[in-house]
Design a protein around this ligand. Structure first.
Ligand code: TXD
Length: 319
C-alpha cells in the first residue's frame, strides 16, 4: 500500500516540529509548504538527514508551490503570524484571515479530499474561515485547540497530584483562549473525578481553580516567557495526535474545534467540543450533560467565537 501523504502548510516553528514528529512516527511522506523561499526546502533537507540517525523512512520535501500538495491525505495548517507580546487579537485576525483565504484556495484546487487540521490563531475563527474558503465538507475541516488545552490541564493536574500523566484524563470545552471551559467534573485521575480527589483531601478547590485559570492562560504564559513567539512543541504534538486518529481510523474521542449544527444548542459555528475522529474525519459530536456553570461558561465561549466571526465578516465581505 502506497504511503500516505501529509502536507504541512506553514513551515515555521510548529510546521517544522509537525514534520519531525510525523516522520518519526512514519505517518507518511511529508510536504512542507511555505511562502518564504528556502525555509521549507531547508527544513525538509535537514529533517531528511535525521532519517539515518533516527531510522525512519519518509520522503520529506519542501515547496513554495501549492501543486506539490496534490493528493494529500492530511493537511495541517499553521500558516500565518504567531501572536507577539503587545499584538491585539484583532491584529492577528486581520493578517491571518488573508492567509486562510490563500490557503483555502490552494487546498480547494489541489487536495479537496484531504482531512484538514487548522492550528493558526485565532483558532476558532480561522478554522471556520478556512472551511468557508476551501469549500470542503464540514466534517473534513477541524481545529486543533482542545487537545493542547487539555494537555496543559493534564500536565498541571499531574503535577498537583504527583501522579503519572498516563493516569490523568481531562476535559475541556469551548473556545481556545480565555473563554475555554476546563470541565473539572469530567477530569479524572485513573477514573477518579477531580471533585472526589478534593473531597479525599488530595487538593483544595482553590488550588484546582488556580489550575483552571492557569490552563486558560496557558498560551499567554509561554508567549510572555519566549517573547519572540508562541508555544510550538505541544501544539505540534496535539496536531499529530489528531492526524494519527484520522490516518489510522482510531475513533478517538478528542476535544476539537468542530462544526456544530444544533449540538450543545449551537448552530453553524466551530466551537471546542468532544468529537470522534476516525477515517471519516469528524465522525461524531459527543454531546455530554453539562451542569449550569459549564453551560454558562460554554455560552460565554460561543458568544466570543461569534464576535470573532463577525469581525471576520467585516474584514472579508465574501464570508
Ligand atoms: O492551540 C493553538 N491552535 C495555537 C496556535 C497554539 C500555538 C500557536 N498557534 C498559532 O499557530 C500561532 O498563533 C500562529 O498563528 C500559528 C503558527 O505558529 P508558529 O509558531 O508555527 O508560527 P511561525 O513560526 O511564525 O510559522 C508560521 C509560518 C511562517 O513560516 C510563515 O512564513 C508562514 O507561516 N506563512 C505562510 N505560509 C503559507 N502561506 C502564507 N500565506 C503564509 N504566511 C505566512
Amino acid at each position: 500500500m502506497a504511503r500516505k501523504k501529509i502536507a504541512l502548510i506553514g513551515a515555521g516553528n510548529i510546521g517544522g516540529t509537525l514534520a519531525h514528529l510525523a516522520a518519526q512516527k512514519e505517518l507518511g511522506d511529508i510536504v512542507l509548504f511555505d511562502v518564504v523561499e528556502g525555509v521549507p526546502q531547508g527544513k525538509a533537507l535537514d529533517l531528511s538527514q535525521c532519517g539515518p540517525v533516527e531510522g525512519f523512512d519518509a520522503k520529506i520535501t519542501g515547496s513554495n508551490d501549492y501543486a506539490d500538495i496534490a493528493g494529500a491525505d492530511v493537511i495541517i495548517v499553521t500558516a500565518g503570524v504567531a501572536r507577539k507580546p503587545g499584538m491585539s487579537r484583532d491584529d492577528l485576525l486581520g493578517i491571518n484571515l488573508k492567509v486562510m483565504k490563500a490557503v483555502g484556495e490552494g487546498i480547494k484546487a489541489n487536495a479537496p479530499d484531504a482531512f484538514v487540521i487548522c492550528i493558526t490563531n485565532p483558532l476558532d475563527a480561522m478554522v471556520w474561515a478556512l472551511r468557508e474558503f476551501s469549500g470542503l465538507p464540514h466534517n473534513k475541516v477541524v481545529g486543533m485547540a482542545g487537545v493542547l488545552d487539555s494537555a496543559r490541564f493534564s500536565h498541571f493536574l499531574a503535577e498537583e497530584f504527583n501522579v503519572s500523566i498516563r493516569d490523568v484524563n481531562t476535559f475541556v470545552l469551548g473556545g481556545h483562549g480565555d473563554t475555554m471551559v476546563p470541565v473539572v467534573e469530567y477530569s479524572t485521575v485513573n477514573g477518579i473525578p477531580v471533585p472526589d480527589l478534593i473531597k479525599m483531601g488530595l487538593s483544595t478547590q482553590e488550588r484546582i481553580d488556580d489550575i483552571v485559570k492557569r490552563t486558560r492562560g496557558g498560551g499567554g504564559e509561554i508567549v510572555a516567557l519566549l517573547k519572540t513567539g508562541s508555544a510550538f512543541y505541544a501544539p505540534a504534538a496535539s496536531g499529530i495526535a489528531m492526524a494519527e486518529a484520522y490516518l489510522n481510523d482510531q475513533k478517538r474521542i478528542l476535544p476539537c474545534a468542530a462544526y456544530v449544527s444544533g449540538e450543545y444548542g449551537v448552530n453553524d459555528l466551530y466551537v471546542g467540543v468532544p468529537v470522534m475522529i476516525g477515517a471519516g474525519g469528524v465522525e461524531k459530536i459527543v454531546e455530554i450533560e453539562l451542569d449550569d456553570t459549564a453551560k454558562q461558561n460554554l455560552q460565554v465561549s460561543v458568544e466570543a467565537v461569534k464576535e470573532l466571526l463577525d469581525a471576520c465578516k467585516q474584514i472579508d465581505g465574501s464570508l
